[in-house]
Design a protein around this ligand. Structure first.
Ligand code: 13P
Length: 219
């Protein structure tokens, strides 16, 4: 019988991405997880409770979209529902990372969204980075809250928990998580000095328009 060839490239990228998050200080221990879309109709996700230094491509778990999660060893990330629902509802998203990065989580513990205190909040797709309502980790309720906070956005905070960042590739999603952490840090520092000025709707509309053509155009 002909054997089915499964490319290990996306699995290796997930391992590299978790290690990048770890080296960048965005994750500690086994907190956080990452996934990427797999064809047809599924996704790859990091295993539950395995620290980045111990991750191997063999430990990455395959998950179906739309049907109940199979029982697998190792077990998939406890947050597979959030990843699953984002791939199901957001066809352009190819990868997701979740972290408990320090400053973003500090704001999330105050259940504070990040407003347009700096124009760079537009990297997440709008004029704020919302904080989703609180629910227990790994639950469908948390996934539902996250989906609503992510409406029209590529990142959100999760109350008393952490951050979700979406992208086309795992490294792209990780870089957005890093941007969110930097913004959260700047916002926390600005708050210590008083109330930062917030850019208005029109100012942010101009920024979002400029973002459409910002950067290098690689044909
Ligand atoms: P997992 O190790 O199950 O992915 O959980 C880590 C985490 O960050 C839960 O929110």
């Amino acid at each position: 019988m002909e054997s089915i060839h499964i490319s290990t490239a996306p699995l290796a990228e997930l391992v590299r991405t978790m290690q990048y998050l770890d080296h960048s200080g965005l994750t500690t221990g086994s907190a956080g997880n990452a996934s990427c879309r797999a064809d047809p109709g599924g996704f790859w996700i990091t295993p539950s409770a395995v620290p980045p230094g111990a991750l191997t491509t063999a430990s990455i778990v395959a998950m179906p979209l739309g049907s109940p999660a199979p029982v697998s060893t190792p077990r998939p990330s406890s947050e597979w529902r959030m990843h699953h629902d984002i791939y199901r509802e957001r066809p352009k998203i190819g990868a997701i990372v979740h972290t408990h990065s320090t400053y973003a989580t500090a704001l999330a513990c105050r259940r504070k969204s990040i407003p347009a205190f700096h124009y760079m909040v537009a990297v997440a797709g709008g004029n704020s980075i919302r904080c989703a309502a609180y629910a227990t980790f790994g639950t469908q309720e948390l996934s539902d809250y996250a989906m609503s906070a992510l409406s029209g956005r590529e990142a959100c905070l999760l109350a008393n928990h952490g951050v979700l960042a979406l992208g086309i590739t795992p490294m792209g999603a990780a870089k957005l998580a890093l941007e969110v952490e930097e913004l959260a840090k700047q916002y926390c520092i600005a708050l210590q000095q008083g109330d930062p000025a917030i850019l208005d709707e029109e100012q942010m509309r101009d920024v979002l328009k400029k973002f459409e053509s910002y950067g290098q155009r690689i044909e």
